[in-house]
Ligand binder design. Structure first.
Ligand SMILES: NC(=O)c1ccc[n+]([C@@H]2O[C@H](COP(=O)([O-])OP(=O)(O)OC[C@H]3O[C@@H](n4cnc5c(N)ncnc54)[C@H](O)[C@@H]3O)[C@@H](O)[C@H]2O)c1
Length: 358
């Protein structure tokens, strides 16, 4: 079989890893990287044994497909060039900088019958997969995604930068649509919101609480999911998954307070038996596969076989639609319960309190 000719557009902090992985992937010939920063482009091209081009247009006649890893505000512009030539694209998340631009990418992919995959990498995280496979009917989801300020992705706010990962995971877990969103957030160091809190109400009754901050001292990514089968928690960084499931006596016998009323009840022993005996506890460390390699392999496989990617353009658009609703809700939030007081993420704390957030 002939090699698939791939290119990477944008080889900055993340794109360099796309280029490295694709340069080592079986069945792939990384024919070039397009990068507007000459030193960066040349350095990555040399490291990956490929050619640097200053302009993505120069890749158009050379590739079978590309991975697009430029800042989100340029996704539509770059994607349009390749999709119009019916060349499959892998677009990093978020699909675009706004819902309208994301919808335009989806419309182009439909018009040109062109594969579009979106880089929601957490879908390839084995800790997420373990939770998704274990909890078939999530009724409550809680996600927290915290990071220090990196001075990257400042073209977008934390909702489209970080929270969108968890919006996509919640949509995938529930397989349902969002009916209502309540959110608030604040801009602290950038022109967009830097931290945000959102509650999503799903059509199937599930509720998801999402918390995202890019001004947190310590990075962390966690997912908790409660369903009829039990409670499932994943540390998406260490990939440790904890599973709590009610035992048979708890499910079928009298309640614990009822049992505690028996004359021979040993309350101290009963307290110790809650976790382990009444509620089964299992801790699993899932395999340490590289999620970006799995994601790019999925892209290559879909090009070769015509299969649907794990995260297609519609999934990327669905996440953008919810992100937009969260953004609108953050912009409407009245900090003092009135439109006459501070509203939205760029609020000013009254001067009398000696602090200013704007
Ligand atoms: N999936 C994830 O977890 C994840 C993580 C980080 C970033 N991202 C996404 O990846 C994208 C890139 O983020 P980053 O942190 O690597 O940004 P970055 O700024 O480090 O890199 C972007 C690179 O693109 C280059 N560039 C800009 N316009 C270009 C153009 N028209 N043609 C060629 N090159 C161009 C820039 O010079 C820069 O080197 C963003 O959309 C971001 O949201 C996704």
């Amino acid at each position: 079989m002939s090699l698939l000719k791939l290119g990477v557009v944008g080889v900055g902090a993340l794109g360099r890893h796309h280029a490295r992985i694709l340069s080592e992937m079986q069945g792939v010939d990384l024919v070039g990287v397009a990068e507007v920063n000459p030193e960066q482009g040349q350095a990555i091209a040399t490291a990956c044994n490929t050619t640097w081009y200053a302009d993505p247009d120069e890749l158009l006649d050379k590739v079978d497909a590309v991975s697009i890893v430029v800042p989100s505000i340029y996704h539509l512009d770059v994607a349009e060039k390749f999709i119009s030539r019916k060349l499959p694209v892998m677009v990093e998340k978020p699909l675009a900088a706004s819902y309208e631009e994301a919808a335009r990418i989806v419309a182009l992919s439909e018009k040109h019958h062109c594969l579009v995959q979106v880089g929601h990498i957490e879908r390839f995280n084995p800790a997420f997969r373990k939770v998704a496979d274990s909890c078939s009917t999530p009724k409550y989801i809680r996600c927290e995604r915290l990071a220090p300020f990196t001075f990257r992705s400042t073209d977008i706010g934390v909702i489209h930068d970080l929270m969108i990962h968890d919006i996509d995971l919640a949509l995938a877990l529930t397989n349902s649509s969002v009916l209502k969103v309540e959110a608030f957030g604040a801009s602290v160091v950038s022109d967009h919101e830097d931290c945000a809190q959102a509650r999503l109400y799903f059509e199937n009754g599930c509720i998801a609480d999402l918390s995202a901050s890019r001004i947190h001292p310590e990075p962390s990514r966690t997912l908790h999911c409660w369903g009829y089968e039990g409670s499932f928690s994943a540390d998406l960084t260490t990939r440790e998954v904890s599973i709590f499931k009610p035992g048979e006596t708890l499910k079928h016998g009298p309640s614990l307070p009822e049992r505690a009323k028996r004359p021979d009840a040993d309350i101290e022993q009963m307290k110790q038996d809650i976790f382990g005996k009444q509620i089964g506890v299992e801790k699993i460390v899932v395999p340490q596969i590289d999620a970006l390699t799995a994601e790019l392999q999925n892209f290559v496989d879909c090009i070769n076989t015509g299969a649907q990617p794990v995260v297609d353009a519609q999934a990327g658009l669905a996440a953008m639609e919810v992100a937009e609703a969260v953004h609108k809700s953050v912009n409407r939030h009245q900090w003092e319960g009135s439109a006459h007081g501070p509203v939205g993420p760029h609020f000013e704390i009254p001067a009398a309190q000696g602090l200013r957030v704007a």
